[in-house]
Design a protein around this ligand. Structure first.
Ligand SMILES: Nc1nc2c(c(=O)[nH]1)N[C@H]1C(S)=C(S)[C@@H](COP(=O)(O)O)O[C@H]1N2
Ligand SMILES: [Mo]
Length: 326
């Protein structure tokens, strides 16, 4: 296993969620782009310039009252770790790349299109979407299939508010989420690591569960681009990859939608992807985890909990064999 050290001092073990070969290809293309100078004018370039001029990006505050129903005792992950150790392959497969490469993503104007099995499709601009329901702060545990976890104060509201507004038809059984797919702004989508755009899906009843958070901010501020600005999902009982970032389209469907990870490696990533210590990923045990910033660099210290500790979702899966529907 290759170990390298990221900018934030965390050691990053490969392989990541993708095949070592795909990682290798992506790195090669990144280095080639650097060499060709096509990174100039990009986010990295901007950041280097800003740094050289002693400026720092000023984050925009986002006000929300804490919802005590989702307060937990776990220590919060530092804002620095949560915003510099990211998976956002549209900006590179390395944990440190999204924070360096996503700065230039234009998040205004931004629209989200609501389509498919709804009474009447519509498009909402991001600021109307933000005002659709009262924003809350919720502290959630967040577990990545790679074996690490974080505790993050997210800001958003239950997706159920948007589902209600969308008025799904009787045929709607699932929801598909689609991420922006823009080669000009997202250097990673030039690499064939995934079949772009990044898409994810949920069964409609999962999507309507109060825990499913349509998320606009974290740590009292609007989402940094690397965390999925301007709007993403956070699904704390599922592995991190279900929490799709920078959403431009929400489609209600009759049939179970394909998902980017399931298409890439169906044996490794199923549609449900509920956190379970009893269902191992073919390459990684899911029985334990390492809390970023707290547990040792290599040691996995915490036992992973069923549904990541969110047992209130269990009734969504009554009678289902979660080993089969992984
Ligand atoms: N569009 C998009 N969404 C994505 C990803 C991605 O690569 N692209 N990575 C996923 C994975 S694997 C994880 S663990 C989380 C990471 O979210 P964070 O960077 O806010 O911690 O985002 C998820 N959402
Ligand atoms: Mo992940």
């Amino acid at each position: 296993m290759i170990i390298r050290r990221a900018a934030n001092g965390l050691d990053l073990p490969y392989p990541s969620e993708i095949t070592p070969r795909a990682v290798f290809e992506e790195r090669r293309q990144f280095i080639r782009r650097l060499a060709l100078g096509s990174v100039a004018g990009s986010a990295l370039w901007e950041m280097a310039n800003r740094e050289a001029h002693g400026q720092t990006a000023s984050a925009q505050k986002l006000v929300a009252s804490p919802n005590p129903a989702y307060a937990i005792l776990d220590k919060k992950t530092s804002q620095k770790d949560a915003t510099t150790y990211n998976n956002f392959y549209e900006f590179g497969t390395d944990k440190s790349e999204p924070a360096m490469m996503a700065g230039g993503l234009k998040t205004r104007p931004w629209t989200v299109s609501i389509e498919g099995e709804v009474k009447k499709p519509f498009v909402l601009d991001i600021d109307s979407l933000l005002k659709l329901a009262t924003l809350e702060e919720r502290i959630y545990r967040f577990r990545c299939v790679e074996g690490w976890s974080m505790v993050v104060p997210w800001i958003g509201y239950s997706l159920s508010h948007l589902i209600k507004k969308a008025e799904p038809t009787g045929n709607a059984k699932y929801i598909e989420f689609v991420t922006l797919d823009d080669k000009k702004q997202m250097p990673g989508v030039r690499s064939p690591v995934l079949d772009w755009p990044y898409t994810e899906g949920l069964r409609l009843d999962e999507a309507a569960h109060p825990l499913a958070l349509l998320t606009f901010g974290m740590y009292g501020e609007v989402l940094p681009n690397q965390n999925g600005a301007p709007v993403r999902m956070v699904l704390p009982w599922k592995y991190g990859f279900k929490s799709v970032k920078s959403i431009v389209k929400i489609r209600f469907t009759k049939e179970q939608p394909a998902t980017a990870w399931n298409k890439t490696a169906p044996r490794e990533y199923g549609f449900y992807s509920n956190v379970s210590p009893e269902v191992d990923h073919p390459r990684w045990s899911q029985a334990s985890e390492r809390r970023i910033g707290e547990d040792g660099l290599f040691a996995r210290k915490r036992k992973t909990l069923m549904f990541n500790g969110y047992s209130e979702v269990a009734s969504l899966y009554t009678g289902m064999d979660l080993k089969k529907f992984y």
